[in-house]
Design a protein around this ligand. Structure first.
Ligand SMILES: Cc1cc2nc3c(=O)[nH]c(=O)nc-3n(C[C@H](O)[C@H](O)[C@H](O)COP(=O)(O)O)c2cc1C
Length: 169
């Protein structure tokens, strides 16, 4: 029996398995740094506070997006519908070309931040970084929500559960 207080005894694989039992939605977070658009698939997006309106994302320190978003301080979350699995796979692909990575994915500029927003999104949250907290191999970015858009039409979300894309239907 593993002592639950002994963090060193927690196996990373077991941790991933346990965490994967928690279903999440999938979003693409995007920023523009030095004139280059950069977008990345995230599951670690959470609403935090209503007053003020705050959200957080967890960004792996080794991701190229990390440097880009810390450099610019603004980002936009595009929440994906269940028919956007290919979109999620593309923005999660390691080593995809940085330049023109959005070329095959229609997008526009968010009115509040001018950050890239995917046309396929069911909802958009435009954010400005309020604080960055160390989270081990990730940083936790807390952001003020400065712009919002929600599609009036109902959509089923893209869901990630046990390492597989799922649909709610
Ligand atoms: C379903 C899924 C969810 C992911 N969620 C996150 C996340 O919340 N934070 C993160 O830093 N990376 C996450 N990733 C990994 C990044 O999308 C991936 O490392 C990406 O290639 C990073 O791109 P970049 O190095 O060009 O910035 C996720 C990947 C997948 C497939």
């Amino acid at each position: 029996m593993v002592d639950p207080l002994d963090a060193a005894a927690v196996d990373q694989r077991a941790f991933r398995d346990a965490a994967s039992r928690f279903p999440t939605g999938i979003s693409v977070v995007a920023t523009t740094h030095n004139g280059v658009d950069h977008a990345m698939t995230v599951s670690a997006f959470t609403s935090v506070s209503l007053d003020p309106v705050l959200v957080l994302i967890c960004v792996e320190k080794s991701a190229r997006f990390h440097q880009a978003v810390l450099g610019t301080g603004s980002w936009a979350i595009s929440v994906l519908p269940d028919d956007a699995e290919k979109v999620s796979r593309w923005f999660a692909e390691k080593g995809r070309p940085t330049e023109r990575q959005l070329a095959d994915h229609p997008y526009h500029r968010g009115p509040a931040t001018a950050m890239p927003v995917l046309d396929v999104a069911t909802a958009v949250l435009e954010c400005r970084t309020r604080a960055v907290y160390d989270g081990g191999d990730h940083d936790i970015l807390l952001g003020d929500v400065v712009g919002l858009w929600v599609d009036a039409a109902p959509h089923s979300p893209l869901v990630y559960f046990e390492g597989t894309y799922r649909q709610l239907r």
